[in-house]
Design a binder for this molecule. Structure first.
Ligand code: CA
Length: 230
């Protein structure tokens, strides 16, 4: 499902430029001109993120943001203000009334896209439960700690992320490539063999007999699978 971004902006050229750049990145964009019915349209379309111009013809963007925050449907949707005004007072006001970020015109489409992605990632993380419990494992995302039968395990951040992935996707086999995509993402300078190295380190900590694993098993000719055990 592509993420949906609402662009509330009365400058048509700018709105079209933003829409174009968002679509290149696989987002689905909807342009709204900021007229009186904008809030209702947003509540119907339920975007994942709202780009909001401050100087709108019929309404102040700050006022619209206030209404968005009070809306039961849109209350938690990230709002990024777009504005030509750069005074500090506007920035503070915008954030105080519930905006999540602030872009001053002119901005580069690249920077805008980067901020949009960052806010969507944060939103996804916030939606996940802080604590994952499965079998003897208990992983606390907020504290970045993981326990097995009450004993704390210590991992590098990559190993923590890899174990987190397995704990939240039990019982399914994943290839090394799938693990690289899911855990290392775009910032990977690693080969599929790297996965094996990290799996070995995970096994050394979570398996009573790492050479004969019970939790993190090898799926021959394919990859790995996590089982909660017993
Ligand atoms: Ca405007």
């Amino acid at each position: 499902m592509p993420k949906r971004i609402a662009i509330v902006e009365d400058e048509q050229e700018l709105a079209a430029l933003i829409e174009y750049n968002l679509s290149l990145q696989g987002f689905q964009a909807q342009i709204l001109n900021g007229s009186g019915s904008t809030l209702r349209t947003l509540e119907q379309s339920r975007p994942d993120l709202i780009l909001l111009d401050v100087m709108l013809p019929e309404m102040d963007g700050f006022e619209l943001c206030r209404q968005i925050r009070q809306s039961e449907i849109l209350g938690r949707t990230p709002v990024l203000f777009l504005t030509a005004r750069s005074e500090e007072v506007d920035r503070v006001l915008g954030l105080e009334i519930g905006g999540d970020d602030y872009m001053t015109k002119p901005f580069s489409p690249r920077e805008l896209i980067a901020r949009v992605k960052a806010h969507l990632r944060r939103e996804e993380r916030d939606a996940e439960p802080a604590v994952v419990e499965i079998g003897p494992f208990r992983l606390d995302r907020t504290a970045h700690r993981v326990f097995q039968s009450g004993r704390e395990l210590t991992f590098t951040s990559t190993e923590f992320n890899l174990l987190e992935f397995f704990l939240t996707h039990p019982g399914r086999a994943y290839s090394r490539e799938q693990l690289l995509d899911s855990v290392w993402g775009e910032q990977r300078f690693v080969t599929p063999r790297t996965v094996d190295v990290h799996i070995r380190r995970l096994r050394e900590q979570i398996e009573a007999h790492p050479e004969n694993p019970r939790h993190l098993t090898t799926v021959r000719g394919f990859g790995y699978r996590f089982e909660d055990g017993d």
